[in-house]
Design a binder for this molecule. Structure first.
Ligand SMILES: [Zn+2]
Length: 160
């Protein structure tokens, strides 16, 4: 028999256990990456994408500021109006790289009126595998393309 826990129960489990799910190491894709510290079953909530919740205008201003400081920018779009900025006050989830053939997905989950972004396994992941999800960046013109280095067989070559 399989029992499915409610989202809020899964989230409580995540808050208690996420440190046992992941470790940070040099990425096989780019820079640093996050890896599975143990085998993770499909649909496991692995880690929360933590950061500061800000509006679009603020996000645009900060993006320019960070760029001028040559800082790595870590932001996640929550919805049309809000962005989670993990650049200064983020958690380890910001190191999960993009991949065109990912083993995780990011989902917005409502927990007691708050919106949480959770990285969830989309298949069984073995200990030592690098965690990835599809960033789903909006399409950009030639001048603003970001090259994808994921190396998967179906790589789209660009992240946007
Ligand atoms: Zn790719």
């Amino acid at each position: 028999k399989q029992f499915v826990l409610s989202k809020s129960t899964q989230f409580k489990k995540l808050k208690a256990e996420w440190r046992q799910n992941v470790y940070l190491a040099k990425s096989k894709i780019q820079g640093l990456g996050l890896y599975a510290a143990r085998d993770l079953e499909k649909n496991t909530m692995i880690i929360e994408y933590i950061g500061e919740l800000i509006r679009n205008e603020v996000a645009n201003r900060r993006e320019k500021l960070y760029e001028s400081q040559n800082r790595g920018i870590y932001m996640f779009r929550l919805n049309d109006e809000l962005v989670v900025d993990a650049t200064i006050s983020g958690g380890l989830a910001r190191y999960v790289n993009h991949c065109c053939d990912p083993n995780c997905f990011a989902e917005t989950v409502s927990v007691e009126k708050d919106q949480k972004i959770i990285i969830i396994a989309n298949k069984k992941i073995l200990k030592g595998e690098e965690l990835t999800y599809d960033y789903q960046f909006e399409f950009e013109d030639e001048n603003n393309k970001i090259q994808c280095l994921c190396g998967s067989a179906n790589c789209k070559k660009w992240m946007n």
